[in-house]
Ligand binder design. Sequence first.
Ligand code: TYD
Length: 199
Amino acid sequence: MDRGILVTIEGIDGAGKTTQSKAVVRWLKKNGYVAKYTNEPTSFGVGRLLNKLGSTASPALEALLFAADRIEHVRRVIEPGLKKGYVIVSDRYVHSSIAYQGAMLGDVEWVRTINKFVPKPDVAFLLDVEPELALSRIKKPRSRFERLELLKAVRKVYLDMAAAGELMLLDGSKPPSQVTEELLAKLRPFLPDPKGKEP
Ligand code: TYD
């Protein structure tokens, strides 16, 4: 069986990642693909610990825990799915750590290093929005990372990665259905033949 592909959706809090990731998975399933939505931080042990620590954790500890949670995510969800030929759509992945923990620590290279043993995404998207717009979309803050100054710094790291060709840039301020269409148009060339449509 052909190996699946790993698609990741990135952006600051309030960019619309969850809406878009789920819309993409719905489209894929409707069009004959086996597809799965997944997200980080996970609800496995380390992911739960991350939530429990809240703002008491130091940025370096958080960086290590996000990386550890990701290793668990790969072992339990991503790798088994890829082996079964799934298109795995992950709402946040390595680039979230590079952007958030990289911005907080001022050392993106160290964050890359502690994440070097997980597979690279086949394609990674950046849903870009101005932090002011993103925060206005969040009615009830849920995360300690949802602060204007931090999100500005995080967005800058994301945009640098998009400029370097690591992330595909999408304008997340457009209406959601239009963003989905643009995302799917950019994703299509990466998709294998859909199941059931193969000869
Ligand atoms: P988020 O996607 O908002 O999860 P949920 O919708 O379940 O609340 O992620 C929670 C926060 O974690 C978010 O503010 C970004 C942060 N985060 C990092 O700082 N580094 C990471 O590597 C990941 C995966 C998330």
